[in-house]
Design a protein around this ligand. Sequence first.
Ligand SMILES: Cc1ncc(COP(=O)(O)O)c(C=O)c1O
Length: 203
Amino acid sequence: MISDGVIADLFPALQQEIGGHSLVYLDSAATTQKPQCVIDAITNYYERDNANIHRGVHTISQRATQAYENVRLQVAKLLHASRHEEVIFVRGATEALNLVAQAYARPRIGEGDVILITEMEHHSNIVPWQLVCEQTGASLEVVPICDDGSLDMNAYKELLSPQVALVSVAHVSNAIGTINPSGWACGSRRFGNRLRFLRNFWA
Ligand SMILES: Cc1ncc(COP(=O)(O)O)c(C=O)c1O
């Protein structure tokens, strides 16, 4: 297993002192620092292969397309996706959640359904569901947090009624540090083929 120190060594931005202390950076959900290999790949792209992907027949466009699609293959492998077409690149969490909410959830959700989120969600995992509720007549319910920052699992079980069509929750909260047990929202088999969506953030 690679230690945190070894991983931190890969990130040039983390090798600096601020106010006499080594930098500790906790805002990764907003902007992640980049390891040297990513900085090198981006620099290489702008120095050699800066061109449209999928829309050019010239050499550097072909190289850019190849590099872009190679990343999709690698990400699919990392995520154990059954097909690389399942991997869709977007600009960030807000765009990803709005895409899932509008393209996947909205057509499948209707009046009387419930969408369940938690009190520890960032706006990007609240507003898209508020919009879907407005558009479909579904309602939004929120799992509360206990005083120690953990999710109130008893309340969760109570709220998880057969009307719940979709659960969308953070894995890690970058605001209060809670790490929810992975799979807790996806594990339930009570609702057959209804939707469950676990949003992961690595803070
Ligand atoms: C916890 C958390 N989630 C989501 C976001 C939104 O991310 P994005 O800018 O990728 O839409 C932020 C941005 O600050 C965030 O801090």
